[in-house]
Each structure stands twice: as structure tokens, then as C-alpha cells.
Ligand binder design. Structure first.
Ligand SMILES: *Cc1c(COP(=O)(O)O)cnc(C)c1O
Length: 355
């Protein structure tokens, strides 16, 4: 006799994290290249003094800080162990096996896995010809069973972003009983003024009595705290409360909460780092286009190379140059923007692949 694991988990591919290879340049996980600011490292060190104690279960100090930082009411905020945990909590809070989760594809690779685990049916809507989310096709794919829509903006892994007008048109078409999750993991890297700030957009819609939107942000990307695991959600009080119900108790640890608070207080310094990365992003994209790659316009801290069948060969070529990118077989490669030196090393590899 052996322990019985749910038979349907057989179909579930394991989550593949970006690879770390000793001595190689890692451009595979959309992390920022900088270590913590001194003020953040100090907050973490101070918090470790009390790690014999459980953390504040719902992070009230962090919620208070976020509430004033974002200028939104605290009861409409919830924290999670990374925003990927909040994605899972939102699916758990809205879906059972009779329901559908809808998302564009390709998009964030956690969406299929999290949907599968609750047994919900997944509906994937292909990206448009510019590799952006096809919001009209997504709206048309909504059925009475659709409980949740993941809308990743900018989209991981293509970097493309949807603009205000098309997003508003989409939101107007979504039924009130379907929750739209606006996943803004890369919001801080957005420079296109037509790409709306999801928090302000949601706030406007709440004021008009439209309640079916939840916005996710994370401290893992622009804020550089990927190793600590903390993200947050802004939604209605009802959704925030549901998120707290399905929260794994104490899953956001105390050093993470302290680091997030310290990061919000050093927001300007961290955003200056983002501006440098954005400048590098534009330099890298331009160089790739000049070299002959078809790279879609990106609003995130990565570029997407839609290489199709050549993806595996490109990945192998980059590895021989000690560059680790994120390859999605037969589709394309996502490459994170690193330091100028790392980006130069990547560009050298990318140019020699084509020659
Ligand atoms: C990285 C990422 C997240 C999750 O980040 P956490 O580290 O779990 O906060 C969520 N959504 C998208 C689209 C991402 O790329």
C-alpha cells in the first residue's frame, strides 16, 4: 500500500524556477540586480532579534504603512506570502471545481498551476499578433461559469502592457460576479503614461459601485525583496476579508514585514534604481532589434524574444556564454534586465547566435 496522491496531480507540471548556475549571469527570474538598501538590511536585522515570536498574523503595521502610502483604506488591503500566494488565495476564495478561471496565454506560469489545484477549468485566450493580451477575445470568452480573470499588466513574459481605454472597455464588459485580478508585479517599471495605475483605476471603479476588481503588487521585483516573500492586494473590503480567511496563518514572516515597511520609506531611492533599469531596458531592446530580433515593446524589467522553434538552441547558446535566460520551449525566451555589464554580456551572446 502506498499513500494515495490525487490522481489529477499527474497532469500538473512542477513549477520551474529560473535556474541558478554558479559563476553564470542569471537573467532568468526578473529579479533586480541590486542587494538591499542599508536601511532595509538594518530593518531585517532588527526583526531577527524577535524571531522566536510569531509574526503579526495579518501584518497590521505594514497594512497601516501601505494604507497611507497608497492613500486607500486599510480594510481594503491584504498581504500575502508573495503575490503568487495572493493569486492562489484569490482562486481559492472564488473558485471550486465547477468554475472557470480565464487568462491570456502565454502569461504568468503560476496561473495554470494554481487554477488546476482547486480543480477549476482553465480557459486560455491566445495573445494578439503584437503579443499583447487580447482583451476583446478575453471578454468574449467569459461564460456564466467564469469566476476569475487573471490580467497580468505588464504581461509576464512578453512585457507588453494594455492601455487605459482598452482596459476600461474590457472591465465594462465583465459581469459583476466575475472578479478581474489585475496582476501588477511590474508596475514600477511602467513608463507609458497611457498604462493606468491599477490602484487608482480600481479606486475610481469602486466609487462608481463596480466592485469586481482586485489589484496585486509585490515587493519581489522593483523593491528587490524576492527572497523574503511579501506582496499585497487592494480590493473591496469583502474580497480582502475573504483573502484573510484563506491565508496560511503567519505565512508572511516578521523580517519580510519589516523589510517591506522600510522599503516603502525608501521608495524614492528604490525608484531611482528602477529608472536605471528602465534606461537599460530601452538600450537592450534597441540593440536586440538592431541585431535582428523581433522584440515587442516592453514595460517591465525584461525583454521577450519570440524565437519559436529556435528557443532551445538560443537557450543552449546563452548557456555556453554563461548566461541563464528563461526559455519556454518552442515559444520564446524571456531575459531579465541586469546590470549594464550583465546586459552587455547577454547582448554579445545574442548577437553571436544570429551570426
Ligand atoms: C514575479 C511575479 C509574481 C509573484 O511574485 P511574488 O514573488 O510571489 O510576489 C506575480 N505575478 C507575476 C506576473 C510575476 O511575474
Amino acid at each position: 500500500m502506498t499513500v494515495r496522491i490525487r490522481a489529477d496531480l499527474e497532469q500538473l507540471p512542477g513549477y520551474v524556477p529560473g535556474r541558478s548556475i554558479p559563476g553564470a549571469v542569471k537573467l532568468a527570474s526578473n529579479e533586480v540586480p541590486h542587494g538591499p538598501l542599508p536601511s532595509v538590511a538594518e530593518a531585517v536585522a532588527t526583526a531577527t532579534v524577535e524571531i522566536n515570536r510569531y509574526p503579526d498574523n495579518f501584518g497590521s503595521a505594514l497594512i497601516t504603512e501601505l494604507s497611507s502610502f497608497l492613500d486607500v483604506p486599510a480594510p481594503q488591503l491584504a498581504i500575502g506570502c508573495g503575490s503568487v500566494s495572493l493569486c492562489q488565495q484569490l482562486v481559492q476564495a472564488t473558485c471550486t471545481r465547477d468554475d472557470e478561471v480565464l487568462f491570456g496565454w502565454r502569461s504568468f506560469e503560476a496561473y495554470p498551476v494554481l487554477s488546476h489545484v482547486v480543480g477549476a477549468r482553465q480557459v486560455r485566450v491566445p495573445l494578439d499578433e503584437h503579443l499583447g493580451l487580447d482583451l476583446r477575445a478575453m471578454a468574449a470568452a467569459i461564460t456564466p461559469a467564469t469566476r476569475l480573470v487573471f490580467l497580468c499588466n505588464p504581461n509576464n513574459p512578453t512585457g507588453t502592457a494594455v492601455r487605459r481605454a482598452e482596459l476600461e472597455e474590457f472591465l465594462d464588459r465583465v459581469p459583476e460576479d466575475t472578479l478581474v485580478v489585475l496582476d501588477e508585479a511590474y508596475r514600477e517599471f511602467v513608463t507609458d503614461p497611457d498604462v493606468p495605475d491599477g490602484i487608482r483605476l480600481a479606486e475610481e471603479r469602486f466609487a462608481k459601485g463596480r466592485h469586481n476588481i482586485a489589484v496585486l503588487r509585490t515587493f519581489s521585483k522593483a523593491y528587490g525583496l524576492a527572497g523574503l516573500r511579501v506582496g499585497y492586494c487592494y480590493a473591496t473590503g469583502t474580497i480582502a476579508e475573504a483573502l484573510r480567511k484563506v491565508y496560511v496563518p503567519f505565512s508572511v514572516n516578521a523580517p519580510a514585514q519589516a523589510a517591506a515597511i522600510a522599503s516603502l520609506r525608501s521608495h524614492d531611492l528604490l525608484m531611482a534604481r528602477c529608472a536605471d533599469l528602465v534606461a537599460e531596458r530601452e538600450r537592450v531592446r534597441t540593440a536586440l532589434v538592431e541585431a535582428g530580433y523581433a522584440v515587442p515593446d516592453t514595460q517591465a524589467n525584461f525583454v521577450w524574444l519570440p524565437l519559436g522553434d529556435r528557443t532551445e538552441a538560443f537557450n543552449a547558446h546563452c548557456l555556453t556564454h554563461k548566461i541563464v535566460v528563461r526559455a519556454f520551449a518552442a515559444d520564446g525566451a524571456r531575459v531579465t534586465i541586469g546590470t549594464p555589464e550583465e546586459n552587455d554580456a547577454f547582448l554579445t551572446a545574442a548577437r553571436s547566435f544570429l551570426s
